[in-house]
Design a protein around this ligand. Structure first.
Ligand code: NAP
Length: 294
């Protein structure tokens, strides 16, 4: 069996088109969704993420408020900016790009964001609501994975899912979402990590494998059941002298070999990645819609 590719770029483009229409409807009602993006320092990867997020906002008509601060910005100055954005009626979502410089306490900053504007879904209030199944902003990468699965018509109810990785931004939330009593959940989930005794034994059982370890070749073909669905979240740089930049990006899954056993698989790049920003736009639009209902 050769797997069908789950085209994250296409799913993201479809969702962005849907969101663009929603933004136009909101604007017709006098509401322009606004996202404040806060970047502290000069980290090149963070700069390119922030630029991509701002560009994506513009493309669908969301107002983006760019806040680029020097690496020397103090914690108090950053907290004061967050407080100002919390009160700004033009702003429906606040995104503080991580990581922050070492002298700033990330947890303190994330806690300062009004949960109603926490479109990253990292505030403990939103995390708690997600866990107990209440309406909440869902964290973007795991929510993007759910969209890829649902839109690819993958059966979640009763499925055996194995998640490799237990971070707060991917592993834990995706596991939580998939066990919810909802049409986007109802799966049976195992979470593996570096202390798991025999990862291969767990992964072999899985109907759906979600690899989020940040290590190439964490999932190899011998670990995959015939017909399994593979979601590869990992983004890893491996040296490649044939590339101008000297490296290429690979996921956590041995793609070439695993695609011969799986039924569906996400590529890296072009799988989960494009969904993450899309879900940020989704949460921002959702937040703006709530102001109409308020
Ligand atoms: P992270 O915070 O480093 O967490 C990695 C998790 O994987 C940890 O729980 C770790 O276990 C586990 N792990 C590491 N090596 C393992 C191994 N060999 N076997 C089993 N478990 C292992 O990473 P993250 O932030 O969740 O990100 C994971 C990957 O996804 C990274 O490559 C990241 O770049 C990528 N990512 C992509 C997107 C996107 O939009 N495409 C978004 C977010 C992340 P312990 O807890 O025991 O240490």
């Amino acid at each position: 069996m050769t797997a069908k590719i789950i085209d994250g770029k296409q799913v993201a483009a479809d969702m962005r088109a849907e969101l663009k229409e929603k933004v136009a409807e909101l604007k017709a009602k006098g509401v322009t969704p606004g996202l404040a993006v806060v970047l502290v320092g000069e980290d090149p990867a963070s700069k390119s993420y922030v630029t991509a997020k701002e560009r994506a906002c513009e493309e669908i008509g969301i107002y983006s408020d760019d806040n680029r601060l020097s690496a020397k910005t103090s914690e108090d100055e950053l907290l004061a900016l967050v407080e100002k954005l919390n009160k700004d009626p033009k702003i429906n979502g606040i995104l503080v790009q991580l990581p922050l410089p070492k002298h700033i306490d990330e947890d303190k900053v994330l806690l300062a964001i009004d949960p109603a504007k926490d479109v990253d879904g990292f505030h403990p209030v939103n995390v708690g609501k997600m866990v107990v199944g209440q309406d909440a902003y869902l964290p973007c990468t795991p929510h993007g994975i759910i969209q890829l699965l649902v839109r690819s018509k993958v059966q979640l109810e009763g499925a055996e899912v194995v998640v490799v990785g237990r971070s707060n931004i991917v592993g834990k939330p995706i596991a939580n979402m998939l066990i919810q009593k909802a049409h986007t959940g109802n799966a049976t989930v195992t979470v593996c990590h570096t202390r798991t005794k025999n990862i291969a034994e767990h992964v072999k059982r899985a109907d759906i494998i979600i690899a989020a370890a940040g290590r190439p070749n964490t999932v190899t073909a011998d670990m995959v059941k015939d017909g399994a669905v593979i979601i590869d979240v990992g983004v890893n740089r491996v040296e490649d002298a044939t590339k101008k930049r000297g490296y290429r990006l690979v996921g956590d899954v041995d793609f070439e070999a695993v695609k011969e056993k799986a039924s569906l698989i996400t590529p890296v790049p072009g799988g989960v990645g494009p969904m993450t920003i899309t879900m940020l736009l989704y949460n921002t639009v959702q937040s703006a819609e709530k102001t109409l209902k308020a």
